[in-house]
Design a protein around this ligand. Structure first.
Ligand SMILES: NC(=O)c1ccc[n+]([C@@H]2O[C@H](COP(=O)([O-])OP(=O)(O)OC[C@H]3O[C@@H](n4cnc5c(N)ncnc54)[C@H](O)[C@@H]3O)[C@@H](O)[C@H]2O)c1
Length: 308
């Protein structure tokens, strides 16, 4: 089996490349290296195609000999999309449509795509089931909603086996700090390792459903291998509800280090609370047991310490 991973030089994509190769799956990566790094694929056997998902010729080339696709390429980050909505729309929405069109043309058997919990936006329901109404609060969230809806529409219109996952907050080795759009866990660990206060946007009561990247990759490999398809979006998270304050406490516990925090203004476009209803995920992937937050943070901390 040959799997194309778009965005495979990024955080989740490079972890997925390694997880797929461990299952003897041949991998092709298509990535324009806009936020990813070629070095993330060191030690893998992946065929690497450098180029954009917006470039049909590149996508066609990358699809050579491919049976299944996991489409992860996107410009992440809510603040980035507020700064440049067009760029996020192009990469995330138009890019997904391009991958779908070329995959249809190439007769690909299965395609799984990463949407985002940000599509729920202003909906205060907790936990959030996939049939809850969506109200995106940022251009990023709108672009992910468009992408997932294209994926589902291709199932209905063309009979393609597709799957649209809504990732919540994914964390783990390979996720970098040190740039303005970094995610909260690497930002916190980086601050801790540098001995400076952990910056919390808001009062710390905001909550997130964190999933360790190895768990996410296990689900993605299983989805691709079994060609799992579903007519509705599928939340990919395990229903935890960790406030930023309790995340700091857990980091303090697992690291054994003293940790101070510094509160900042809440960021526009950020949702307050995020927690998945994961009944659909569990019915489609009954064998997956998530890595605990303690264990995941311990491994992430070790990776960040080693890669300083
Ligand atoms: N990390 C999370 O918590 C999270 C949460 C929700 C959704 N997601 C989604 O998961 C996917 C992967 O996220 P990640 O955290 O690994 O991000 P990442 O930025 O590390 O990886 C994205 C990769 O896509 C590549 N890319 C961007 N635009 C491209 C283009 N036009 N053509 C080809 N490649 C392009 C980048 O170079 C990068 O390697 C994204 O679709 C993201 O929206 C992630």
């Amino acid at each position: 089996m040959r799997l194309l991973i778009t965005g495979g030089a990024g955080f989740i994509g490079s972890n997925l490349t390694k997880a797929a190769e461990a299952e003897n799956i041949d991998v092709t990566v298509l990535d324009d290296l806009s936020t990813g790094h070629r070095a993330n694929l060191d030690g893998t056997r992946a065929r690497f195609v450098e180029g954009s998902v917006l470039d049909r010729r590149c996508v066609r080339d990358a699809l050579t000999g491919v049976d299944t696709v996991v489409h992860l390429a996107a410009l992440g980050s809510v603040p980035r999309s507020i700064k440049d909505p067009m760029a996020s729309h192009m990469a995330n929405a138009t890019g997904t449509l391009t991958v779908l069109e070329e995959s249809r043309d190439a007769g690909v058997e299965h395609i799984a795509v990463s949407s985002s919990s940000s599509v729920y936006g202003m909906n205060p329901a907790l936990p959030k089931g996939e049939r809850e109404w969506v109200r995106p609060m940022s251009p990023y969230a709108v672009s992910k909603l468009a992408a997932e809806q294209y994926v589902l529409a291709y199932q209905q219109s063309f009979g393609m086996r597709t799957l649209a996952f809504r990732f919540f907050n994914v964390y783990g080795p390979g996720q970098r700090a040190g740039h303005v759009y970094a995610a909260v866990i690497p930002v916190f660990i980086d601050a801790m390792l540098r001995g400076v206060p952990l910056p919390i946007n808001g009062d710390g009561s905001n909550s997130r459903d964190f999933t360790y990247v190895r768990t996410v990759c296990q689900v993605l490999v299983d989805a691709a291998t079994r060609r799992v398809t579903h007519p509705e979006p599928v939340n990919l998270a395990f229903g935890t509800n960790t406030t930023l304050t309790s995340l700091v406490d857990t980091l303090r516990d697992v690291s054994g280090r003293p940790v101070e925090v510094e509160h900042r203004e809440p960021r526009p476009g950020d949702v307050s609370h995020s927690q998945a209803d994961n009944a659909t995920l569990r019915s489609l992937f009954p064998d997956i047991a998530p890595v605990t937050l303690d264990r995941g943070l311990t491994e992430t901390l070790a990776w960040m310490e080693a890669s300083r």
